[in-house]
Design a protein around this ligand. Sequence first.
Ligand code: B12
Ligand code: SF4
Length: 463
Amino acid sequence: MVATKKKFTVVFADPPFGRESRGEAVSESPNLGILYLIGYARKRLPEVNFFYLEPFLSMAEHLQKVSELNPDVYALSFTTPRRDLSFETITKVKGLGLPMLIIAGGAHATIAPLDILKNTAVDVCIQGEGEETMVELLQKIQANLPITDLAGTINRQKSNRVRPLLLDLNFFPAWDLIDFENYDVAVSKKKRMAYLLPIRGCPNYCTYCSNPVWKLAKPWIRQRSPENIADEIRYLYGRGIREIYLRSDTFNVDIKWCLQVCDAIKKLELKGMTFQCNLRADKLNDELAKQLHDINVWLVHIGLESANDRVLRGIGKNATQADNVRTLEILRKHKIKVYGFLMLYNAWETNGNLEHETSKEVEVTLEFAKNCLRDNLIEYISWSITNPIIGSKLYDIAQKYDIAVHNIKIGNCMRLSGVSEQQMVEHVKQGMILQLLNGIQKGMITKKSYKRAAQKAVKILNM
Ligand code: B12
Ligand code: SF4
């Protein structure tokens, strides 16, 4: 009998966070990057077997699956905060002794590929958007061609040129691989919810944001067609999804296109479907807010960041406090709730000088948030101490002035002149208490989010 040749197999993986990660950000959604890569690649490479090892697997289950599948390529996707677990995973996968190529992609591989190549057994890092690079890489591997010169990759021999971005985004993630029962979102009206990306990129460059993937090449903004977005929504509805969070960094870059998307969604006439989306405060008008309400957008997420124009200017937000207030008022008028995100103790550079948010300005923001909650301008809030995350302009500023520190109570933050650590801790504590009490009051602490709330409460008690 002639043995049949094993199909060329590619395993995409999230690091294994285990089932105890339930209630944390990783359990909210499958990795959209991986689903997009598989959705794109399998059309072009129908002869290849693709698998996805999801984030809720334990390390033992993850390794067991890799052994069983014995892939030709193992491709891990990870962010910077998940670096340590990812490095441990790579070491253990390598330790299985299987003959495979190990690839890394995602935010950390894009921002810090040399960190990965230096400290792990990864053979190739893929920088930025991975669809086209992955297809070409797999074609080359199958044809036994050298892979050192491939655009969009970095290996131990060579750092190659950046790959142009995809212009046609009218394709779907590989949703068929996902059982939505395995994912759970903290805030939603419906039990079954999915994230959907109508647009890639963001036209802004806020100093604190590590928006690494999209800004390697231009155009920074790419929109899908309203019809293609509506088709994906119809598909997800058929899969039992009743709430969709339009999760792109910002939905309202181009109001005209947003209105067309709303129209296409309205035409679907899907009973019982609700939506959430991310908006920027500088571009909302009455007409768009009305349309959002008409398609059942019940919650929008807005990065308000600060209530001080000096700070908003400094961090390059391209929105003013007047924009913040106007947008909150328009949304209240149209009965759309707001999840407001605020940051404390930001820093920036003006004409070569380090500047930062003062304690007084932080207090203004805290007061603003309290008033907004009281006046129903904001429904939910979330605070974070500014963390100079790798990949952001702020990271470079923090390195230049040597101000990045780790505080055991509040995590990664910055040492700012004239602000004591105790003062910072106190303000973070005030913000977190406000967030927690408001969450309890609004019934946000449900069975599915109790773990996060409990962790927060313990953190506050220990401050
Ligand atoms: C939606 C989202 C989530 C969702 C879904 C995750 C996801 N990856 O889709 C959830 C809520 C689960 C999430 C969680 C977290 N996230 Co998040 N998330 C995003 C967000 C807003 C959009 C992601 C997106 O658009 N995906 C769509 C696809 C098309 O893009 P992509 O994921 O980048 O994937 C492409 C490339 O990166 C590459 N690629 C990705 N993986 C791989 C793997 C291989 C092998 C290859 C070859 C290529 C490749 O190809 C993909 C297709 O082009 C981004 C912001 C942004 N604009 O990127 C933040 C972002 C990626 N998240 C971030 C962070 C920090 C987190 C958390 C650590 C937060 C937390 N506190 O826990 C967790 C970690 C999750 C994890 N699995 O490790 C940071 C990462 C920053 C950094 N320096 O690493 C970002 C950039 C936000 C920011 N500006 O700070 N996130
Ligand atoms: S914070 Fe939001 S608006 Fe600013 S650059 Fe990042 S994604 Fe864009």
